[in-house]
Design a protein around this ligand. Structure first.
Ligand code: C2O
Length: 534
């Protein structure tokens, strides 16, 4: 294992998409930002220098940060933001991790343009558990707004209503040639006939679940969220914000150009961005302008297709890569995921849309939770997060008379190395919607999922404790539930939130505090000396 150094200059840069130009926040002037390449067990040092007017922080999404929570990145959770003109060096080790992950800004809505890939290869000499691809390619799916995203969210917060949807999706930074600005060249992936390619697909969009497919080509899923899966063949993958998916694609035609598309999955009857991003798979040497297009894109409400895909995901669970699913449970938790409305005199409808877990709308603290925890600073959070919903919901989607939520900076405390079963139940109080829930600091196993209300007697009998998929971000289905299990073997403060940025902003977030264990290797390391101050 070696130490790798990166320098991230946070700088403004003008970018033109959809025939209009705006200044965006970038890393080193690039959108998407630079890829971090490493091998399993390497140590990464990223020096972040803030040259813009915003406070920034960077999160390394899916990196476990074993005992190094100070480098996790969510602002006011594990660190104070890096203020304009300041510098912070993120220092972490990729212990036992390999695969595709990504990094993104974790403050305000800056992650709209501040994001990039993390590619972790296996240790030298260790092969993939699938045929070696001829070449690898990072594919980042994202969204584009013509206006400034900070303005978009601030206007929404002022009005109390939902923010505007994006103007386009992008594939590696470009909406693609089918968009109304014909001059836009889309992303082009060059392939050679007969060869196999590994695509490392990342959904960096703020607010959209996406389907991804390639005309005339099958995708073989081999990894999600940097965990190997049992390989399976599919026409279409579903990928939620925060998730990553590695697929093998065989260039099994002789020549030609084939359309690649990312289109929206949303099964709720609410406003969405319907614009499909496209790119081209281009066989080397193919001339002419004929493109094999996708004759059918999945409809936006293709719930059946979405379920089919997620139900096919299983851990590889081979002797080399066993699935270590916790068999016994120390903490059994039921968290509801819901939207609500709180009174707001200055808002357009006299109310403000909010979101909550167990009816608690999370309020950001003034200093980071991790500092408060480590230095025993009282008055920053309370550790009384409810382990069950505090009131009985009608989970069937009927709107209750009272949509109010409670506010609080409340955390749930876990003993070191205890095991957790967490059922995430969508209540559909305002509208049912798929919520991609992301947990920092851990991978978890997705042991079950279902429609309607979770039944604590019957449903656990059907849990998959053998080869459930292991990941860091999971969709909680509209009007349904998902059950996960993990072992709290990482001391620190770990954020959990919906990866739809609008829901995070509305308060769909909470944190776990994992206490130090007894051994010298079971405690959180002290903070680095350059940790930003609030
Ligand atoms: Cu990818 Cu808390 O974020």
């Amino acid at each position: 294992a070696i130490v790798r150094h990166y320098k991230f200059n946070v700088v403004m840069k003008n970018a033109t998409r959809l025939c209009s130009t705006k200044p965006i926040v970038t890393i080193n002037g690039n959108f998407p930002g630079p890829t971090i390449y490493a091998r399993e067990d390497d140590t990464i040092l990223v020096k972040v220098v803030n040259h813009v007017k915003y406070n920034v922080s960077i999160h390394w999404h899916g990196i476990k940060q074993l005992r190094s929570g100070w480098a996790d990145g969510p602002a006011y959770i594990t660190q104070c933001p890096i203020q304009p003109g300041q510098v912070y060096v993120y220092n972490f080790t990729l212990t036992g991790q390999r695969g595709t992950l990504w990094w993104h800004a974790h403050i305000l809505w800056l992650r709209a343009t501040v994001h990039g890939a993390i590619v972790i290869l296996p240790k030298l000499g260790v092969p993939y558990p699938f045929p070696r691809p001829h070449m690898e390619q990072v594919v980042i799916l994202s969204e584009w707004w013509k206006s400034d995203t900070e303005v978009v969210i601030n206007e929404a917060l002022k009005s109390g209503l939902a923010p505007n949807v994006s103007d386009a999706h992008t594939i590696n930074g470009h909406p693609g040639p089918t968009q109304h600005c014909a001059s836009q060249e889309g992303f082009k992936l060059q392939v050679e006939a007969g060869k196999t390619y590994l695509l490392r697909i990342i959904n960096a969009a703020l607010n959209e679940d996406l389907f991804f497919k390639i005309a005339g080509h099958k995708l073989i899923v081999v990894e999600v969220d940097a965990s190997y899966t049992k390989p399976f063949k599919t026409d279409t993958i579903l990928i939620a914000p925060g998730q990553t998916t590695n697929v093998l694609v065989k260039a099994n035609h002789l020549a030609g150009k084939y359309m690649v598309a990312a289109s929206t999955f949303m099964d709720a009857p609410i406003a969405i961005d319907n614009v499909t991003a496209t790119a081209t798979l281009h066989y080397t040497g193919s001339l002419g302008s004929t493109i094999t297009t996708l004759t059918s894109l999945p409809p936006r409400n293709a719930t059946f297709l979405a379920n089919n895909f997620t139900n096919s995901l299983k851990s590889l669970n081979s002797p080399k890569y066993p699935a270590r699913v916790p068999k016994k449970v120390d903490h059994s938790l039921l968290f509801t995921i819901s939207l609500g409305v709180n009174p707001c005199a200055t808002c357009v409808n006299g109310g403000r849309v909010v979101a909550a877990i167990n009816n608690v709308t999370f309020v950001m603290p003034k200093i980071s939770l991790l500092q408060a925890h480590f230095f025993n600073i009282s008055g920053v959070f309370t550790d009384d997060f409810p382990e069950k919903p505090p009131r009985v919901y009608d989970f069937t989607g009927k709107q209750p008379s009272n949509l109010r939520t409670n506010k609080g900076t409340r955390v749930y405390r876990l003993a070191y190395n205890s095991t957790v079963q967490l059922v995430l139940q969508d209540t559909g109080m305002i509208a049912p919607e798929n919520h991609p829930i992301h947990l920092h600091g851990f991978n978890f196993f997705v042991v079950g999922k279902g429609k309607g209300n979770f039944n604590s007697k019957k449903d656990p009998k059907k849990f998959n404790l053998v080869d459930p998929v292991e990941r860091n971000t999971v969709g909680v289905p509209s009007g349904g539930w998902t059950a996960i299990r993990f072992r709290a073997d990482n001391p620190g403060v770990w954020f959990m939130h919906c990866h739809l940025e609008v829901h995070t902003t509305w308060g769909l977030k909470m944190a776990f505090v994992v206490d130090n264990g007894k051994g010298p290797n079971e405690s959180l390391l002290p903070p680095p000396s350059d940790l930003p101050k609030c």
